[in-house]
Design a protein around this ligand. Structure first.
Ligand code: PHE
Length: 448
């Protein structure tokens, strides 16, 4: 299936950077390190790596392949691989769209906080302390203003479409992010106390292993690779036919996992360096502070102790977070926008404002009911919707989609694929092994 003049990424590197831009986000730099820190460090790291390799990667290939075959929005792509199960395809596509909109609604709030911590120190540096304190404190008005700002940024990029908007920005911003990151890690590792964090992160203590840890590591792997909510399916639909899908997916997964690994290398040592400087990182119960508290109080406190360099390091860190969040949020908004503009035959430039506006409205509802809704939306979308939808897509690819069509689609990027180890293993693997593994991960905690 090919649709003649459908927008495409203009280069393979552009696609990889855009897909990696979707994958690399708050999940890697904020979610992964704080989860690793509160789940025993190295043991979580190893379980996470195993989850990426044995579950997330094969499902990423499934989602990308369905998308490229369909060369359309997720609903149509899913229907094109399962034409006899139209209702199933539509239901999964719509669920994915709702899921990703839910993710964007909390993501924009968190990204807004990072925006506040980026601008705050700059304002204090020029003497505007009251404005800085407002940006860094917690209030409904501040959450609202920053969320709206972030949503407008996201809308403006998506408004310009694939090559001009998404690809241009992702491929410009991603390399900046990598370079900034490495510099910060080098800086942090030279701080006193940092070695303790390094030890926790790299030397496994198996007493921390538990079935719940596996569920968290699986959820983190799915969230981090943007799986199950049609983001990768939409990006796959813009991918050129001559791209080798398993290889491209491996590159995206490696980049994403690499950034998460390096983020751990930064945050865990930084925590202990901060503790060395008298900053509290444990709560009264002896547990580690929550992810929000860690990033938003411990890190700025650590930047403060760095003297004048602290301002630069802090601004660089929060700029990095906003960049990473933006390349992810644009991939989220692209899902409902591509569906609505193609299904309703409406101009992308108009649709993007309506959908972005509706999601911002939902974010507003969350902001006004923060205590009850924020955690709930995160849990429904990332702990349940992403793994379950990801699994359903793998089942569609494995059981319903005609095997010769799958092979044909994969062959376009690699004529020898039918001889490869990948093709010998993958079809059976997504049909049988992935569902069993996932069921085990979900059910194991129930039988402890
Ligand atoms: N993978 C992104 C991150 O790590 C989040 C994301 C989830 C993006 C789902 C798109 C879809 O921050």
């Amino acid at each position: 299936m090919a649709s003649g003049n459908r927008a495409q990424f203009s280069s393979r590197l552009g696609f990889i950077l855009a897909a990696a831009g979707s994958a690399v986000g708050l999940g890697n730099i904020w979610g992964f390190p704080t989860q690793a820190a509160s789940n025993g460090g190295a043991v979580f790291l190893l379980t996470y790596l195993a989850m990426v390799f044995i579950l997330a990667y094969p499902l990423l290939v499934a989602e990308l392949t369905i998308g490229r075959y369909g060369a359309s929005n997720p609903i149509r792509s899913l229907i094109s691989v399962a034409p006899k199960q139209k209702a199933l395809g539509s239901a999964v596509g719509i669920a994915g769209m709702l899921g990703v909109s839910g993710i964007l609604s909390f993501y924009a709030i968190v990204a807004g906080w990072f925006f506040g911590f980026l601008v705050g120190p700059l304002l204090s540096a020029v003497g505007m302390d009251a404005a800085a304190a407002w940006l860094e404190g917690f209030s409904i008005e501040r959450n609202l203003v920053l969320m709206l700002l972030f949503m407008v940024l996201t809308i403006l990029v998506v408004r310009n479409g694939v090559a001009d908007g998404i690809e241009k920005w992702s491929s410009r911003l991603m390399p900046v992010l990598f370079v900034l990151f490495i510099l910060m890690v080098i800086y942090t590792l030279f701080q006193p106390g940092a070695v303790d964090g390094l030890k926790m992160y790299l030397v496994p203590d198996t007493s921390h292993f538990s079935p719940d840890l596996m569920v968290s590591a699986m959820g983190q792997a799915f969230f981090s690779l943007s799986i199950g909510v049609c983001t990768m399916m939409v990006y796959g639909s813009y991918l050129r036919k001559d791209a080798d899908l398993p290889k491209t997916a491996a590159q995206v997964a490696l980049l994403d996992t690499g950034v998460a690994f390096v983020a751990g290398l930064l945050i865990l040592p930084a925590m202990f360096a901060a503790q060395h400087n008298g900053v509290q990182i444990y709560n009264e119960a002896g547990g580690l502070l929550d992810g929000d508290t860690l990033v938003f109080s411990v890190l700025p406190a650590m930047f403060d102790t760095m003297g004048s360099a602290g301002l630069i390091v802090g601004v660089a860190f929060f700029a990095l977070m906003v960049i990473a969040a933006l390349t992810s949020s644009i991939s989220m908004l692209e899902v409902p926008v591509s569906c609505a503009s193609e299904e309703l035959n409406k101009d992308r430039k108009t649709v993007v404002w309506w959908i972005g506006g509706a999601i911002a409205l939902f974010s507003t509802v969350i902001i006004f009911n923060f205590g009850s809704l924020f955690g709930l939306v995160i849990s429904i979308t990332t702990e349940y919707m992403q793994p379950i939808l990801g699994l359903i897509m793998a089942l569609i690819a494995g059981w319903i989609w005609k095997r010769n069509q799958v092979l044909e689609e994969l062959r376009q990027g690699n004529p020898e694929i039918s001889e490869s180890l990948f093709w010998k293993v993958w079809p059976t693997y997504v049909r049988v092994v992935c569902p069993i593994l996932m069921a085990l991960v979900f059910l194991w905690p129930l039988f402890k």
